[in-house]
Write a protein that binds this ligand. Structure first.
Ligand code: GLY
Length: 375
């Protein structure tokens, strides 16, 4: 058996058992090896709630096993009422609805899924500031204090696929225009010359002028939060796939080369921040999984001679994750036990977090050619 087919077989055993136990819950992290429903105070609005239905839709697309479809449908439908409260949703609305509603539409033709996807795209588009040309991150004073009106972040790059999809689906040009405008501002203020990235850029909302780039979820200003890096790599790859604009491909490659260099320097194990002290012992396996899946996506959009670099690096990352962090035991919930929410958060660190498991699943399925395109 090849490594790829071994991963696929283990993934099926693991996720089928998780699905039997977890069903229509919206899990975030296993505690004592077991998922529970909605463990974060954000309730159905929590940005991570799309990843469980998304993982199940990926497994359904690969296997056509009804077990996955029923749980994907049931867990995803629970997010529908959140669309009535856009003030509680944020820039991560793409993670929520691309992986639940839009995935349901793609795989089953669900008209409700299509409508919810378009409603979510409208919410994301409404966050756009024409002055400055950026989609605002977070909401001033909703889950945390402070004025967020001038903030744009790396994470949003990954959510732009919701706008590209809505534009392609409805023929409404506005969604695509906003996605491209935000990507262009991210090229200026988030992606750096050397391929590393800021997590946050603060702009003056009155003029659009760049003000500062604080540390965000990374180690310090000027450092390189690995998950932010992964959103940039994968997000610009998606932007290129949807638009065929060469500047986005160049950005994706710049980011990919930086990530490959940072990871190869540390045995392909993802630090929480690529520019934090080397001996801090902090990892974010979710960043590794996202980078691996992003590299596999990138490999699919470049000419043949360029593909090997990205595919080989992705497999090395997945193998390193498996060796150090993956728990294949079907009796335990959670796959990749090495994810961390952010550099300075010791509580949500070194554990399985649902987005790490989603992207690991997506990447393993890509290796077998069994993934469903959702971005
Ligand atoms: N909001 C996405 C992240 O924390 O990575």
């Amino acid at each position: 058996m090849t490594q790829t087919s071994e991963w696929y077989e283990k993934l099926k055993s693991k996720t089928a058992a998780e699905c039997e136990r977890t069903g229509s819950m919206l899990p975030f992290a296993p505690i004592g090896g077991r998922y529970k429903d909605l463990m974060i105070p954000g309730g159905i609005y929590w940005w991570c709630n799309g990843f469980w239905p998304g993982l199940l839709w990926q497994m359904y697309g690969a296997t056509r096993d009804e077990l996955y479809r029923e749980a994907a449908q049931a867990s995803g439908e629970r997010l529908s009422p959140a669309l009535e409260h856009p003030e509680k949703l944020d820039h991560d609305v793409g993670f929520l609805y691309l992986l639940s509603a839009v995935a349901a539409y793609r795989l089953t033709g669900s008209e409700a899924g299509r409508q919810q996807g378009i409603a979510a795209a409208e919410i994301l588009a409404d966050r756009f500031h024409e002055t400055g040309a950026y989609i605002q991150a977070w909401n001033s004073g909703v889950w945390e204090e402070g004025d967020k009106s001038g903030m744009m972040i790396a994470d949003t790059m990954m959510n732009l696929s919701l706008l590209f999809w809505a534009s392609e689906e409805t023929g409404e040009e506005r969604y695509g225009r906003i996605a491209k405008a935000h990507a262009d501002t991210a090229l200026q203020n988030i992606l750096r010359e050397d391929g590393s990235a800021n997590h946050i850029a603060v702009l003056d909302p009155q003029t659009g002028e760049f003000l500062e780039a604080p540390a965000g979820q990374g180690y310090a200003p000027g450092s390189s939060w690995s998950r932010g890096q992964s959103w940039i790599l994968y997000g610009f790859t998606n932007a290129y796939r949807h638009t065929k604009e060469e500047r986005y491909l160049a950005a994706a490659k710049r980011s990919a080369h930086y990530c490959i260099s940072a990871l190869s320097d540390r045995n392909w194990l993802p630090a929480v921040d690529f520019r934090a002290p080397e001996d801090d012992g902090r990892f974010d396996a979710s960043a590794g999984a996202i980078i691996a899946s992003g590299l596999l996506e990138l490999a699919d959009v470049v000419p043949e001679p360029e593909q090997g670099l990205y595919r080989n690096a992705a497999r090395k990352i997945l193998a390193a994750l498996e060796e150090k962090f993956v728990n294949w035991d079907p009796e335990t919930d959670g796959i990749v036990y090495g994810a961390s929410n952010s550099y300075h958060n010791d509580r949500l660190a070194g554990m399985s977090l649902i987005y790490g498991d989603y992207f690991f699943t997506e990447a393993v399925l890509k290796c077998s050619g069994k993934n469903t395109e959702v971005w």
